[in-house]
Design a protein around this ligand. Structure first.
Ligand SMILES: Cc1cc2nc3c(=O)[nH]c(=O)nc-3n(C[C@H](O)[C@H](O)[C@H](O)COP(=O)(O)OP(=O)(O)OC[C@H]3O[C@@H](n4cnc5c(N)ncnc54)[C@H](O)[C@@H]3O)c2cc1C
Ligand code: FES
Length: 275
């Protein structure tokens, strides 16, 4: 931690994109010109002046730190101000903070990425890092679940990953409208039949907590070692640097010990009904 971790840096919104009805991606450039280096899985504390500051995962390409990419779901007052920020607006950024996915631990083996809804946003940098060194990994599988087809995040990019980078992309929705020809069902059902070598694979899981709990269990049931299953936890955060205690998860401070933690460390906590 350094003193500058408490001081937001100014970033200008240079591009925006509407991903789904309530989710927007922003591209931001640092006013001071200093790139924001980060590890896939890390987050920023993103400040909308006059509205407030919230944790948002970095969803951009780690090989392009000069552009900060963040995908934001509009669920409340602060996320609304951020998600609807227009090109030219200036936001405050602290970070990057927290632990990463450590995708390199998957080199030489299969990688299974399991995502639910906007949970794909924190996983995108990990996928882009794998894509950049695709030959170093075995089979790469993305299992993605959304509530309905309109809520599928980065749909076009998912098709590109499948077509150009030899990633097995399997998508399922909770409910599909008349005419939907894709799968309907839970993402955990995809885990049961996906092709990967469970004895050696690395799994990266992000989504609603209940989905992560069931997915981690399904991966371990397939034969994966719990310490090879990594999950990204969400908690309310204030400081982002281990000072305020807002994000405490028993002995863990989610902002510094997480957000990415391995399943073996989380099992005792996820076993509790409300953590
Ligand atoms: C490490 C981390 C990474 C995150 N990454 C992203 C991201 O990439 N994109 C994104 O859109 N959101 C992300 N979030 C969640 C985001 O921080 C919250 O949606 C935001 O704090 C909501 O603030 P608000 O003032 O807009 O809404 P509030 O008015 O505070 O809350 C609106 C609703 O959202 C719920 N909520 C608030 N905070 C959280 C939370 N942390 N987890 C679950 N539910 C919450 C509230 O219970 C309420 O129902 C992340 C959170 C963490 C901890
Ligand atoms: S957010 Fe303050 S200790 Fe984690």
């Amino acid at each position: 931690m350094s003193a500058t971790d408490m001081l937001p840096r100014g970033f200008r919104v240079i591009a925006t994109r509407r991903d789904t009805h309530d989710t927007h991606s922003l591209e931001l450039a640092p006013l001071d010109g200093e790139p924001l280096d980060f590890e896939p899985g890390q987050f920023t504390m993103l400040l909308a002046f006059g509205a407030g500051e919230v944790p948002i995962s970095i969803s951009g390409d780690p090989a392009r730190p000069e552009v900060l990419h963040q995908t934001i779901r509009d669920v409340g007052s602060v996320s609304h101000a951020l998600a609807t920020a227009a090109p030219g607006a200036v936001l405050g950024v602290r970070g990057a903070f927290g632990t990463g996915w450590e995708v390199e631990r998957g080199r030489g083996a299969d990688v299974v990425v399991v995502a639910g809804g906007i949970g794909l946003a924190p996983l995108r940098p990990a996928i882009l890092r794998i894509v950049a060194a695709r030959a170093e990994y075995g089979r790469v599988v993305l299992l993605y679940g959304a509530r309905n087809p309109e809520e599928i995040l980065y749909a076009e990019e998912q098709r590109t990953w499948a077509a150009r980078h030899d990633i097995d992309v399997e998508v399922t929705v909770d409910s599909g409208p008349y005419g939907w020809r894709g799968r309907v069902g839970l993402v955990t059902q995809l885990i049961e039949r996906a092709a990967f070598d469970a004895q050696r694979a690395l799994a990266l899981v992000c989504g609603p907590e209940v989905m992560m709990r069931h997915s981690a269990r399904a991966l371990v049931d397939r034969g994966m070692a719990p310490d090879r299953v990594r999950l990204s936890m969400e908690r309310n955060m204030k400081c982002g640097i281990g000072l305020c205690g807002h994000c405490q998860l028993r002995e863990f401070f989610c902002c510094v010990d997480g957000p990415v933690l391995s399943y073996d460390r989380l099992v005792p906590l996820l076993a509790l009904a409300e953590v």
